[in-house]
Design a binder for this molecule. Structure first.
Ligand SMILES: [Zn+2]
Length: 426
């Protein structure tokens, strides 16, 4: 029994004679509300891709009670306090779950790091390769020590899109642009391996703190493991799509599977599960990044022209549970990977676990019910996802945000209860 008062967990007890009102949930499982540390809300500026209303609605329905917004694809990007203020204004009245913010750092914006940190961003995101949008520039890996020194002075992690651009290649002449292989070949594992090696070296040298975003290449796991054993403060996340999809299975023209780094082969996928099991990967987060059908080039299926980004915010819990239980994992593992882990990476002390003093963010999951994904029934902006038609096990029955039931049986019954969260507040 979870005892809740004033939005916080008071205690977790076995008895049923606690004072106050209580509710019997039968055989349903109670998990901590998920913390999704990697969501591209794109609001303001590209709200025709995704916005706070639709994204936080999808989050609530999927059992995500806290999301951390990424600093790019929105306009302006969150590289200045004015950018953060624009975000807060866009969020006002539209937050159905709690929302925190990653700040961004691009060439020419380093002078804003201190003020942004003061304003409450959780850390700073940098790209080592082309971000896909012109307003968000990339750094040479040689800049990493300088950036890490600056962010660690502020007590914030540097979170990095780690692909070395010198290892990325144009598509082979005459290659079929609809074939997934064509896209995959442009972003080989060595690009990730080299970038992660550079990040580890810079983190070690500066004694800073870094985080590898959306890790896809399993060849990075061993160096990460070694670095961490040596005390280097580097963490890593991966995403449901790298753990549940495989390059061999992507149909030609299926641009809803396109993302960067790319979904790789089956063997690589199973090695990522091993990394998760071993604790080398700290967190599983969505990297939810929708775009309109025309930007995904669904009509032509051109993998090279399509915008990269996978939309899965509402589905992560069921997608992961379906795959994890098949591999012998329990709901406690899911809570570690999707709540406690991302909360720790983002520096949130009051989110991600059911324990006294924590925010009473809870998901009530029916772990046995099977259901079919209908993209049109999802709450995010565009009904595009690689999981359309999938049969999943595990259904969110309720979502509680700070002690209040906000979702009951697929309906957002208490909208607008989310709050912006600054560093130190969560
Ligand atoms: Zn991303």
């Amino acid at each position: 029994m979870v005892l809740v008062a004033d939005g916080r967990v008071v205690d977790v007890v076995a008895r049923r004679d606690a004072p106050g009102a209580w509710e019997d949930l039968g055989d349903l499982a109670i998990l901590p509300g998920l913390v999704d540390g990697h969501v591209h809300v794109n609001d303001p500026g590209r709200t025709h891709w995704e916005g706070f209303d639709t994204a936080t609605r999808a989050a609530a329905l999927g059992g995500v009670t806290t999301l951390v917004d990424m600093p790019l694809n929105c306009l302006p990007p969150t590289t200045t306090v004015a950018g953060l203020d624009a975000k807060l204004a866009a969020l006002s009245g539209r937050a159905h779950v709690d929302v925190a913010f990653w700040g961004g750092v691009v060439p020419g914006s380093e002078e804003h790091l201190g003020a942004l940190s003061e304003a409450g961003v959780l850390g700073f995101k940098a790209f080592l390769c082309d971000s896909g949008v012109p307003e968000y520039g990339a750094f040479d890996p040689a800049a990493l020590p300088r950036l890490l020194a600056a962010t660690s002075r502020l007590g914030a992690p540097l979170i990095v899109h780690a692909e070395d651009p010198t290892e990325l290649r144009p598509a082979a002449e005459g290659a079929d642009p609809r074939a997934y292989r064509t896209w995959l070949d442009t972003r080989p594992p060595v690009a990730e391996e080299r970038a992660v090696a550079a990040l580890i070296a810079a983190t070690e040298r500066t004694r800073g703190r870094s985080h590898v975003l959306h890790l896809s290449a399993a060849g990075t796991l061993e160096p990460l493991e070694r670095a961490r054993r040596a005390g280097v403060r580097v963490t890593a996340e991966t995403c449901p799509h790298y753990l549940t999809l495989a390059a061999e299975d992507v149909p030609d023209g299926a641009t809803d599977h396109k993302c960067a780094p790319p979904i790789r082969g089956r063997d690589n996928r199973e090695r990522l599960w091993e990394g998760l099991r071993a604790g080398t990967i700290d967190a599983v987060v969505s990297d939810h990044s929708p775009a309109p059908p025309e930007d995904k080039h669904l009509d032509t299926g051109d993998q090279l022209a399509a915008w990269g980004g996978i939309a899965s915010l509402q589905l992560g819990l069921a997608v992961m549970w379906t795959a994890a239980r098949r591999r012998g994992h329990g709901l406690d593992d899911l809570a570690t990977w999707m709540a406690a882990g991302p909360a720790r990476v983002a520096g949130m002390a009051r989110k991600g676990a059911i324990a006294p003093g924590m925010h009473a963010d809870l998901v009530v999951l029916d772990p046995e019910t099977a259901w079919r994904v209908e993209p049109a029934a999802l709450a995010h902006r565009h009904p595009i996802t690689p999981y359309g038609g999938w049969s999943l096990t595990g259904r969110v029955r309720r979502t509680y945000l700070r002690g209040r039931c906000i979702v009951r049986d697929d309906e957002l019954i208490l909208p607008g209860r989310g709050r912006p969260r600054r560093r130190g507040e969560v």
